[in-house]
Design a protein around this ligand. Sequence first.
Ligand code: C2E
Ligand code: MG
Ligand code: MG
Length: 735
Amino acid sequence: MVKTIVNKRHKLLIAVFILVFAAIGFGFLVNTAVLQRKIIHDAEVYSQEDNEHDAIHFEKRMEDKLYFLGEFADIAAKMPEDALTQELLEHKSSIFSLDQIVVLSRTSASIPPSFDDPEMNDWMQRNPQIFQEPTISASQEHGVMFTVPILKDGIPSGQALLGTKEYTSLQCTNQQESEQKDQISLLVDSRGELVFATLGGESMPQKMYNKIQEDLTKHFSQGAQTVLKPLYGKYTVDMLYGKKVVVSVHPLSINGWTQISITPWNINARYEFHLWMYFLLCILFALVSAAMVGYVILQNIRAKKVLNKAAYHDFLTDGMTNKGFQLQARELLDWGGWSSYTMLYFDVCSFEYINETWGFEMGNKCLRHIYDCMNEDLRQGELTARSENDHFFLMIRSNSEREVKERVTALIDKINIFGEAYSESYLFQFSVGAYIVGEVQENVQILQDRARRAAKFHDKNEICTFYDYKIIEKINRENRLNALFEDSLKNHDFQVYLQPKVYLQEKKPCAAEALVRWVHPEEGMIYPSDFIPLFEDNGKICALDLYVFEEVCKLIAQWREENRLFSEISVNVSREHLKNANADFEESYHKIKDKYHIPDGLIQLELTETSLLHAQQLPHVAQVIRDFHEDGFTCALDDFGFGYSSLSMLKDFSIDTIKLDRGFFVNESQKSRIVVENMIRLAHDMDIEIVAEGIEEKEQVELLRKLGCDLIQGYYYSKPLSISDFVAWQNAQLP
Ligand code: C2E
Ligand code: MG
Ligand code: MG
């Protein structure tokens, strides 16, 4: 598994999401702040305009009252004196919406006479102009007082009409009740003296009135006009008596009076709740959206993970599949630079023997162990995965052959400590191919193919085989051979050679093994080791096997006609035939045998141990052997003991002959002698014939004869020979 690669796309997505969310959140905050300021500003303007409107109305009403009173004065001047009765005055006052109308007289009694009190007389003495011109004045007792002189023939008659109206009822307010309650309205004369003061539209308590008057006197010490003038038409939010208030000041055209409105500043309180609600709702909305988007992203990530797991997870090793490996390898190569990497391919040698000997469970454990070792060995920016079966890829950050070899040696040593953990001790061997990447390639698969190809040509003396010009040459040769195959088959460039198999115990004409040789007009003699593995890989071996088989049948038919004495001829059958359980390949052998009328018992089919194990389908293979027997073939187990033969195979398959591998007789030891001796005894007990392969020495022949071996095949008697040479060799043996 890769150690550094993280899913960049997901991180980016989350980062973008957080940024967008933060931006929206910030936007909400800024918007709320701006909105708050705007609301406050508008509220202030509204407050100011409202107060201004009140002042204008106040003024207008006073002028109206004065005007109506003037009209009435004109009428009163023309009326006989006794017509100005108290009833008429009351009637008029209610029409003019005045509290009362009084006729004041400088000389005679006022109407109604109740107004003739010393205080009133004193007031008239102090304000003689009321008999000359219209006036508006005010007193705390009567409220606003309107006076209009009664002129007779345009000359002041010494009488005047006085209308009074309570100050508060002249005011008009648009303010809401809650505000009105605390609203202070002051009417100040040009000297700064209070003319009227109301609190919440009612007369102000005397104590408060006095306090305000006191404060105003202090405030207007510089002169009321000087202080007030700059404030005309403006509103100010100020602190007054510890409370925030909006103060608006409006001059009136009457008597140099100024109306001052002081409204408690509760705009914030009124709007703040809603602003905060708005802000909280915005945040809530953003959070819910975030949660929803986050949920969708998470679901997406989860779904992708599940899909990735299915597509990119190797459940056996708990690592990646080859697809996942390729994807991550690409990222790593782009990130770390292609030229700093080497791609390694590991193929476990003879893994089928592990499965066969220890069982699948243990086989899987081995694969996991190998993967774990590789994974633990990874350094920063490196990667490993099992690609399939017992094949692994490892991509390491090194481009030095020496370093790569050291890493591989250490890794294989580590893998082979396995025996310590499990009771079975076993040395794993690997075909290791390495490709030092060098330069950017089109895709990762190219690197894998090159490492895999190098492993195919793995030299057992080296720890790993590097993909280099020698490998390229070999590949080119393989390609050439592949291209030549079809034509060679048609042109009979493949020739059957025969290697004698000599009976040791009985006097019988020798048997032979048919071994193919490719005698190409241009390429010369090509040996099986150069093309059999290649054709096994690409499946061409099946056609070649049938070709060899047919050539052998032709030869037997011919020898039968010539009455030539011979025992059995054996033919190799590749494991590729057995791979496909459904293919009825025995049928092809049967037909060819029939075609040449070959009697039963003259042809032996050689199957290798690996072909039986590779097939991994014991019932299928057992059936194939039974079919061969039915068709009159005998069956041999070739190269027995080459790998990790399981004796159970002898029990599972009814084999006629065992061919002991040449390996038993190379570097012969006491141990291998014992094995061979017991193998011969066991085979005979099971009624199986024994052939010893690769015998080159006389002593070996003598020993094998003593041990009871049935047949010998080896250079001691003869190398594989062309048919004519074989016939000559056979003739030479005749007594
Ligand atoms: P094999 O079937 O085990 O054949 C025996 C091989 O051992 C032959 O190699 C033979 O030349 C060699 N040999 C015999 N005696 C001695 C000896 O005393 N010393 C040494 N050093 N070698 C000895 P050859 O002919 O190169 O064939 C190699 C392998 O190629 C065969 O192994 C067989 O597996 C495969 N092969 C050959 N012909 C065919 C064929 O027609 N079809 C298939 N499927 N495989 C074939
Ligand atoms: Mg053979
Ligand atoms: Mg053999």
